[in-house]
Design a protein around this ligand. Structure first.
Ligand code: MLT
Length: 268
């Protein structure tokens, strides 16, 4: 994997090259995850365009030397894309990756050609959500990633996966338990302190899409649909929970391709 150093962040990323001249696509993973949740869908999408799939700082093979925020992660991603020679792109972010995508859209709108929220939401944490983040920080600090993974596992996949897809459950467990406890602490604080983007979404100037697993236990289909009330398109992925690209890479890639096709003239 190529590496990009940006200040305190060392980012490793997959560069799924394509001979196509279509606008490139950046795929951002969620929490506590890494590029492995996107890679199969990314390979499919790279038939149409260049696709970049990073491990965010501190996750997977990437490193952070300091705490981060949604804003610093967004800025890291813009710098990463610039270093790869890409100054305008479409971003698709899963869950925490969607929070970063909205942050990026607000901070640096000129680089974006389109935005896709995948199993994600625009609304910030309420008081109970913020308290749960602080508890997660304590769990990570005192019991490590394994305890965090065990707490999150029941809600990550479509319920049927726990009986029907043992390999997928094992793969996800491997991904979650391999994230450093310190990164989990930083990310939980960054998500707890993130802005609310509910009022910002309808003001977006680029094509906007929402993809959600039909069985997502963390982002209800109603919450996903609420983001496209005024503009944008909704794609529901059957037999998927909170991790549509990992659970159903073909259907997720097809939804993203359909969205990009719908907006081909604006995305270019
Ligand atoms: C994620 O998948 O990134 C997390 O569920 C996001 C969150 O905890 O808000």
């Amino acid at each position: 994997m190529p590496t990009f150093q940006n200040g305190q962040s060392k980012i490793e990323y997959h560069d799924l090259a394509s001979s196509s001249k279509q606008t490139p696509l950046l795929l951002v993973h969620g929490f506590p995850l890494d590029s492995r949740i996107w890679i199969d869908a990314g390979r499919l999408l790279s038939a149409q365009r260049r696709v970049i799939v990073p491990d965010l700082p501190g996750f997977g093979s990437s490193v952070t030397a300091a705490p981060f925020t949604m804003a610093s992660l967004a800025d890291d991603l813009v710098a990463l894309m610039a270093s790869a020679g890409i100054d305008r792109f479409v971003i698709a972010g899963l869950s925490m990756g969607g929070y970063i995508a909205l942050t990026l859209a607000k901070r640096q709108p000129a680089v974006l050609a389109g935005l896709i929220m995948v199993d994600s939401k625009a609304v910030a944490d309420d008081a109970a959500g913020k308290a749960a983040r602080s508890k997660m920080i304590e769990t990570a600090a005192t019991q490590g990633s394994t305890a965090v993974a065990a707490a999150m596992m029941p809600k990550m996949l479509h319920p049927a996966a726990h009986t029907d897809r043992p390999q997928l459950v094992a793969q996800l467990n491997d991904i979650m338990t391999s994230q450093p406890a310190r990164t989990i602490e930083y990310a939980s604080a960054a998500m707890r302190d993130r802005d609310d983007f509910t009022a910002f979404v309808p003001t977006l100037k680029v094509p906007f899409g929402v993809v959600v697993g039909a069985g997502d236990a963390l982002i209800s289909n109603a919450v996903a649909a609420s983001m496209v009330q005024t503009r944008g398109s909704l794609f529901v992925i059957e037999n998927a929970g909170h991790l549509a690209p990992l659970e159903q890479p073909d259907a997720t890639a097809a939804a993203i391709n359909a969205f990009l096709h719908q907006h081909a003239a604006e995305v270019r």
